[in-house]
Write a protein that binds this ligand. Structure first.
Ligand code: ZN
Length: 337
């Protein structure tokens, strides 16, 4: 009787697992190619698979949900100045993950060729050095005298997923520092404030105690921001900016962190923004920006889109997009905790 029951359990487990794999595509092969200075990965699957990319510093992850690795999977390698090696692993029972180990900072595009069982990844060098812009702004900002910090507190309500958490939201720029100035649009300082207020409202509704470092058009001294964050013993710190560069064709979402204790938070936030906004993934990067380097708690600096790109500037101005961004930030925060 006992053996019989065990047999039935085993049969049903086998049946459930075969159901789980029945609809899965198979990863058949990867071919590395080079063309006009780009590296390409042609990824072939049996049936339609939808790869999703995530660039986290020197690793590019491509996840294929509902896909398993074929027994005769093959990888045709070529020497590349950008790609070190490619790993294939099962992220979970039905998600195949490619881990592309990179030699340098890159840009990438991913196209799932519909109906062809093929995904193409184009990898190029990252050309612009926007890191230098942020560093130059910080240097001038730190040297200027600013008005005293005037944070606003959103006192916690007594329910919600974020009950007991203290969060600091820091809208970049303000006052005589407009931040990025793009043609036909509000300055960065105005957009960061609008988005930050919306984020605070949603975090507050989710039960967190929230502080915004400025709630009006005034410039905060970065020393004061860090001081305030550290004294408040907040659980996390989020600095909000909008990106800019000299190249109007550049677009996409970037996230920065510096301290190792911020890395897990930064990964989660970057993924939440890339998935939530559906813009180009410009990667998670480690940079010594002042507010994320000197705060004691896990801290990130978010650059959701570029104001110097016409279509992303239009997005940033729209209430619908700001709402989507705020919701993505809150989703990331909830996942982190
Ligand atoms: Zn900025």
């Amino acid at each position: 009787m006992r053996n019989c029951r065990l047999f039935l359990i085993l049969i049903s487990l086998f049946w459930i697992s075969s159901l789980a794999f029945a609809d899965c595509a198979k990863l058949i092969s990867i071919e590395m190619k080079k063309d006009r200075g780009f590296d390409y990965l042609d990824i072939y699957t049996s049936g339609q698979a939808f790869g999703k990319g995530l660039l986290l510093e020197n690793k590019l992850y491509i996840d294929f949900p509902d896909t398993v690795i074929a027994a005769d999977f093959s990888l045709a390698k070529r020497p590349s100045k950008r790609i070190n090696r490619i790993e294939t692993v099962m992220k979970d029972a039905t998600t195949t993950r490619l881990i592309i180990h990179l030699k340098k900072t890159i840009d990438y595009d991913l196209v799932n060729v519909f109906g062809r069982g093929k995904t193409v990844i184009e990898i190029s060098d990252r050309l612009d050095n926007i890191f230098a812009y942020q560093a130059a702004w910080e240097k001038s900002s730190l040297s200027k005298k600013a008005t005293p910090l005037k944070p606003r507190k959103f006192t916690a309500i007594r329910r919600g997923a974020l009950l007991g958490k203290t969060i600091i939201i820091d809208p970049g720029h303000g006052g005589d520092d407009p931040g990025a100035l793009a043609a036909n649009g509000p300055p960065e300082k105005q957009l960061t404030l609008q988005t930050a207020q919306l984020v605070c409202q949603l975090l507050h509704e989710a039960g967190a105690e929230v502080y915004i470092t400025r709630d009006e058009d005034r410039r905060s001294n970065l020393h004061d921001v860090v001081d305030f964050a550290n004294k408040s013993r907040a659980d996390i710190f989020i600095s909000l900016h909008y990106n800019s560069t000299y190249n109007s064709g550049t677009s996409g979402t970037e996230t920065y962190y510096y301290n190792s204790h911020s890395r897990r938070f930064a990964e989660i936030m970057h993924e939440a923004l890339v998935r939530g906004l559906q813009r180009k993934d410009r990667g998670l990067h480690r940079m010594p920006f002042y507010v994320i380097k000197n705060t004691d708690m896990p801290a990130v600096l978010l650059e959701p889109v570029y104001l110097t790109n016409c279509s992303e500037q239009d997005l940033a101005k729209s209430q619908k997009f700001q709402r989507r961004l705020a919701e993505a930030i809150v989703k990331g925060v909830e996942k982190y905790f």
